[in-house]
Design a protein around this ligand. Structure first.
Ligand code: CP3
Length: 334
């Protein structure tokens, strides 16, 4: 039988909402922090044995309906010739960022070969828990990846990439295209390796004007998702007021951040949705978490809803709150 999460992604009515959390395998779990004292982030994601163990931590804690592979959206930087690492206190750093408009025409290496550690991770997970929970693969979207590639570090405003768009639109287009081509191949590779569902994280793309989003990015989202052979979810932050642009991506499911009112989103969209509890609510007490979670579930209604947060779990979130969140979904009765 199909996983609950897959059924909700197809828009079916489910006996309760399936639940998982973005960033569920990260720093809020004590054993994750212990493992990270032993391995650098890149060592952890490139060693399938370690990445498997980390992916399974939330399984042991919460038994969610989906397990998101422990990896990062930045893995595709390497096949395109960029080197990167995660710097403590800073975030992702690209050591050789795009040096100018002439430096965007990237031919890529063999994606499935370069990223075979991700394929191996999914194959291991499929063997371990593939029957019990849905495996979620993911990739970054072109805007979000290009923001790191151009700025070389996290940028709150994404000004370096937006400046490239203003001054050198052809270079901007070429760079987004390079990421789209890799991502398309990469997501299908994940499905072939065992992912039941895939999520496209173009987290920062809400920084574009609606016109630029439509012109430069939407056709690429459509291409990336068009023939991936599994249900897909698209997630972009700060899209409240233009959710139609997400629905037009062709994704099966539209991810909602916490600034979107769930009931209004349901009126505006025909697609299944995912979300959208405010991650900061997990700093409240368990009774508050349960009450607010039930409100999201009720506003979303019985068909085509995947319960999640409106963005990733914050690093100091109490395990008890995450447990209350997951249990609220698992105990919910229509
Ligand atoms: O549990 C999961 O969701 C699984 C894996 C996952 C990670 N990153 C693990 C990770 C996923 C799906 C991502 C996506 C990701 N990575 C996005 C898109 C979604 C989002 O959260 O906005 C982005 C923009 C990135 C880039 C990136 N990598 C960031 C912003 C960071 C955090 C930097 C920091 O210092 O907090 C990373 C590193 C990273 N990726 C960590 C984890 C668990 C933290 C690494 C550590 O310090 O141990």
């Amino acid at each position: 039988m199909d996983h609950l999460l897959v059924r909700a992604a197809r828009g079916e009515r489910t006996e309760r909402p399936p639940v998982w959390l973005m960033r569920q395998a990260g720093r809020h779990i004590p054993e994750y922090r212990e493992l990270r004292a032993e391995y650098s982030f890149l060592e952890a994601i490139k060693t399938p044995e370690v990445a498997t163990e980390i992916t399974l931590l939330p399984w042991e804690y919460y038994r969610p309906d989906g397990l998101v592979m422990f990896s990062d959206i930045l893995t595709v930087l390497e096949p395109l010739g960029f080197s990167y690492h995660i710097e403590s206190g800073v975030g992702p750093v690209v050591e050789n960022p795009v040096s100018g408009p002439a430096d965007v025409d990237r031919s890529h290496g063999n994606v499935t070969q370069d990223l075979d550690y991700v394929g191996e991770l999914l194959r291991r997970l499929a063997r371990r828990v593939g029957d019990e929970t849905a495996l979620i693969g993911f990739a970054g979207g072109p805007f979000t990846l290009a923001s790191y590639a151009v700025a070389g570090e996290p940028s709150r405003t994404h000004m370096p990439l937006r400046r490239l768009r203003a001054r050198h639109p052809d270079a901007f287009r070429t760079l987004l295209r390079a990421f789209a081509d890799v991502t398309r191949e990469y997501l299908q590779f994940q499905v072939d390796s065992g992912a039941d569902v895939v999520q496209l994280f173009d987290t920062y793309a809400g920084a574009l004007t609606p016109a630029d989003y439509r012109e430069f990015l939407l056709p690429l989202h459509r291409e990336i998702l068009a023939d991936v052979d599994a249900p897909s979810i698209v997630f972009v932050r700060r899209m409240n007021g233009r959710l139609d642009l997400l629905a037009e991506s062709g994704a099966d499911v539209v991810g909602l951040d916490w600034t979107v009112d769930m009931a209004r989103a349901r009126d505006q969209l025909d697609t299944p949705v995912q979300g959208n509890l405010d991650p900061s609510y997990l700093y409240g007490d368990p009774a508050f978490v349960r009450e607010q979670t039930r409100e999201v579930i009720e506003k979303a209604g019985p068909a085509g809803h995947i319960l999640n947060l409106g963005h990733g779990v914050d690093r100091d979130t109490p395990v008890e709150s995450v447990r209350a969140f997951v249990e609220t979904a698992k105990e919910y009765e229509r």
